[in-house]
Design a binder for this molecule. Structure first.
Ligand code: SF4
Ligand code: SF4
Length: 334
C-alpha cells in the first residue's frame, strides 16, 4: 500500500461509515496467498512443514471447504479488498493438489474469472476436463534436483514418477485452457548443482521456463535461528553441508535502512480462513494471526494488518534482515 493510503486509513478509521465508503474505492491487494490445503506429503528437511512430517509432529490436515473458500473470495471481491485482476496463489505451506476438491476450487475461480496460480511438488496428478484453466496464469513445479538421489534427500518421491506426472500435468493443463507459464523451479543445494543442465533439457522439451535459486530455510523461525546464531549445532552442521549460505551475510549487510518488507502488501489466508501476518511464520508464532477473514470487517482487516508492522515478530525479523534475504535469494544462471 502506498504511504498516502495508510495515512488516509488512519484518518478515516475514526469514522467507520465514512471510512468504508472511501476505502472501498482505493484499497486493493494485487496478490493473495490462499492456503487451501493443510497437508503436504513431502519430507523436505529445510521446510517447517517437511520437518514436522519427518518428526511425526504434523497437525491433522484441514482443507478449506468450498463454501468458505467461495465466501472469503467473494467477500474480498465485493468489499474491494481485491479486484478481478488480483492473482490468488492457491498455496503457501502445503500441497494444493492434495485438496480432495481441488477441481471445485478451480471451478469457482473460473466462474468468477479470477486469475490464480498454482505451485506443486507434482506428486499427485489431478486431471481437468472442462477447459477451466483459462484464468490460471502460472503452474509452478518445484524440484529439489534432477535425480533420484536428490529426491531421496529432500522430497522423498520416486523421481521417474514425478517426471511422468509433470509431462501429464502440463499436457492436461494446456488442453484445458491454460495459456500461462509453466515454471520449473529448481531449488539448488550443494549436492545437486551438476543436475541443472539435465533439468534445462527437460524444461526445453516440455516448453517450460526454468528458474534456479538457492534452497533456503523455509520457515521464519528456522531462518531467524540461523541469523541470530541460536540454531542447534547438529542442524547448523547439516545446513553447512547441504545449503548454499555463503552469500547471506552480504545480503543482510546490503539491506537499505528504509527498506520495507513486501509481505505487508500481500494478503495471506490460511486453510482455516484466518488472515495471517505474512507467508513466513508457523502457526505457533504468537504474532501469526491477524483475524478470521469471514468475521473481520474490511476496516478491521486493514487496521490489524497495519498494526502487525510494529509487532515483536516484525521488529525482530527486520532487525535480522530475514525478509531481505527472502527477497534476494541467490539466483543461478542457467
Ligand atoms: S518445501 Fe514444499 S514440498 Fe517440501 S515439505 Fe515444504 S511444502 Fe512440502
Ligand atoms: S517483517 Fe518478517 S514477520 Fe513481518 S511481515 Fe515481513 S516477513 Fe513477515
Amino acid at each position: 500500500m502506498q504511504l498516502y493510503y495508510r495515512t488516509v486509513l488512519n484518518h478515516f478509521l475514526a469514522n467507520e461509515q465514512c471510512a468504508y465508503g472511501f476505502l472501498k474505492e482505493i484499497y486493493m491487494y494485487n496478490s493473495v496467498y490462499f492456503e487451501i490445503s493443510g497437508a503436504c506429503n513431502a519430507r523436505c528437511p529445510w521446510c517447517q512443514t517437511g520437518l514436522k512430517r519427518i518428526s511425526g509432529r504434523q497437525e491433522k490436515p484441514h482443507f478449506v471447504s468450498i463454501e468458505d473458500f467461495r465466501k472469503v473470495v467473494r467477500k474480498f471481491r465485493a468489499k474491494r479488498l481485491i479486484s478481478s485482476e488480483t492473482i490468488i496463489s492457491l498455496y503457501n505451506w502445503y500441497e494444493p493438489f492434495l485438496h480432495p476438491q481441488f477441481k471445485e476450487i478451480v471451478g469457482e475461480l473460473h466462474r468468477i474469472e479470477q486469475p490464480f496460480r498454482i505451485s506443486t511438488n507434482a506428486s499427485k496428478l489431478v486431471l481437468f476436463s472442462g477447459n477451466e484453466l483459462q484464468y490460471c496464469s502460472m503452474l509452478r513445479i518445484s524440484l529439489p534436483g534432477f535425480s533420484q538421489s536428490s529426491y531421496d534427500k529432500v522430497h522423498g518421491f520416486n523421481f521417474e514418477r514425478i517426471l511422468e506426472n509433470i509431462v501429464g500435468m502440463v499436457k492436461n493443463f494446456r488442453a484445458n485452457g491454460f495459456k500461462g507459464d509453466v515454471q520449473l523451479a529448481f531449488l539448488a543445494y550443494q549436492f545437486n548443482l551438476n543436475e541443472l543442465a539435465a533439468c534445462r533439457i527437460f524444461a526445453d522439451r516440455i516448453g517450460a521456463s526454468l528458474s534456479a535459486s538457492a534452497a533456503s530455510f523455509n520457515g521464519l523461525s528456522m531462518m531467524m535461528s540461523y541469523l541470530d546464531n541460536t540454531m542447534p549445532y547438529d542442524q547448523l552442521k547439516k545446513a553447512s553441508k547441504e545449503l548454499l549460505l555463503y552469500y547471506m551475510d552480504d545480503v543482510v549487510a546490503a539491506c537499505p535502512n528504509d527498506w520495507e518488507c513486501p509481505q505487508h502488501e500481500v494478503l495471506v489466508v490460511d486453510e482455516h480462513c484466518n488472515i495471517v501476518i505474512c507467508c513466513g511464520p508457523d502457526k505457533d508464532e504468537p504474532d501469526y494471526l491477524v483475524g478470521n477473514a469471514l468475521e473481520l470487517s474490511v476496516e478491521e482487516i486493514l487496521a490489524k494488518k497495519e498494526a502487525k508492522k510494529s509487532s515483536a515478530l516484525c521488529k525482530k525479523c527486520m532487525s535480522l534482515g530475514a525478509p531481505y534475504i527472502g527477497s534476494n535469494l541467490l539466483r543461478l544462471s542457467i
